[in-house]
Write a protein that binds this ligand. Structure first.
Ligand SMILES: Nc1ncnc2c1ncn2[C@@H]1O[C@H](COP(=O)(O)OP(=O)(O)OP(=O)(O)O)[C@@H](O)[C@H]1O
Ligand SMILES: [Mg+2]
Length: 304
């Protein structure tokens, strides 16, 4: 039975990022851009960032027969990721975003083929593998989630969950129950405030902290907050001049979880998260500048 440090069920995205253009195209017209960057993202942001940090990570995802899937698989194989949990579907499985990227803001157009949920994906493989930690890149409001989380607890597998922009609050049926079964809950500030109906990170933290042993709230250029075994900590971000913040939260999660798997304390985990998330903003997409371990250690040595 293959053993993984961490398993992440979720879908790829292929992002086509157009940069440097004079104005948005009007209907019936065409604009030429100065640059085009193609990146892979979605669940792969956290997966690839963890792999680069040296963590044995199992990606439970799907690829199909289309060119985007083939491109993603090519990247995944080139970086040396384990692909034994990747499901090959015998039809197109396209998940594509075209991003028109202005320096201050972006417009997106996205297409996705129908896909199984992350809960479907993990239920399919969970009995055939062993792992210490399970991470969900978005909130899994699914009637099967409580039983699946209980089964993980029985196997002493810790579970973390990001939130992503989902239309849920603490009053949505099942939400409190699910958060209460996690080891780590890691929304961003906007998601935490929406979930709790509050208008500050502190108030959101107060509403959530008693539900889960470790609560992390990511707040972009304000760094990150935690409420947990070591009490309340706010850590300012890495001082960087971002090029593109897409996927910063996902790469923060990779840094945080890598440190957690190594038994580091919460403040150190938060620092690893801030370093990885901060460095990821220096290139387009989540993973182009996600650091390896040596790069994290260089930054750590400069901080002390
Ligand atoms: N402008 C920035 N300067 C320094 N660090 C940043 C900046 N933006 C993001 N980060 C780092 O990345 C982390 C996550 O960023 P953010 O709060 O934007 O996550 P997010 O909104 O979940 O991102 P996404 O969902 O796009 O991956 C922050 O906590 C911080 O450590
Ligand atoms: Mg996020």
């Amino acid at each position: 039975m293959t053993h993984y440090d961490i398993v992440i069920p979720g879908h790829y995205f292929c992002d086509l990022i157009f940069t440097g253009f004079p104005h948005f195209p009007a209907l019936g017209s065409e604009v030429y851009t100065q640059g085009l960057t193609i990146t892979v993202g979605g669940a792969l942001n956290t997966v690839i960032a963890l792999h680069r940090l040296g963590v044995k990570v199992g990606w439970v995802g799907c690829v199909g027969t289309d060119m985007f899937s083939r491109y993603v698989l090519d990247i995944v194989e080139k970086v040396g990721l384990d692909t034994s949990l990747v499901k090959r579907i015998d039809e197109p499985y396209q998940r594509v975003t075209a991003s028109l990227s202005y320096p201050q803001d972006r417009a997106f157009i996205t297409y996705v083929d129908p896909a199984p949920t992350a809960v479907d994906l993990i239920l399919e493989v969970q009995d055939n593998i062993s792992f210490r930690h399970l991470h969900f890149t978005g909130f899994q409001l699914d009637p099967r989630t409580p039983d699946m989380l209980a089964a993980m607890k029985a196997r002493q597998i810790n579970v973390s969950m990001d939130c992503q922009d989902r239309p849920i609050t603490l009053d949505t049926s099942g939400v409190r129950e699910i958060i209460s079964t996690l080891s780590v809950f890691m929304p961003n500030a906007k998601e935490a405030m929406r979930l709790t109906g509050t208008d500050s990170v502190e108030a959101a933290g107060d509403a959530l902290k008693s539900l889960v042993p470790s609560l992390i709230i990511k707040d972009g250029a304000n760094g990150a907050f935690t409420w947990g075994a070591d009490g309340y900590i706010h850590l300012p971000p890495l001082s960087v001049t971002p090029v593109d913040t897409t996927g910063a939260g996902d790469v923060f999660n990779a840094g945080f979880l890598c440190a957690l798997l190594e038994g580091k304390n919460t403040a150190e985990c938060l620092r690893w998260g801030n370093i990885c998330g901060g460095l990821s903003t220096l290139g387009y997409g989540g993973t182009s500048t996600a650091p390896n371990r040596a790069e994290v250690e260089v930054v750590l040595s400069q901080l002390v």
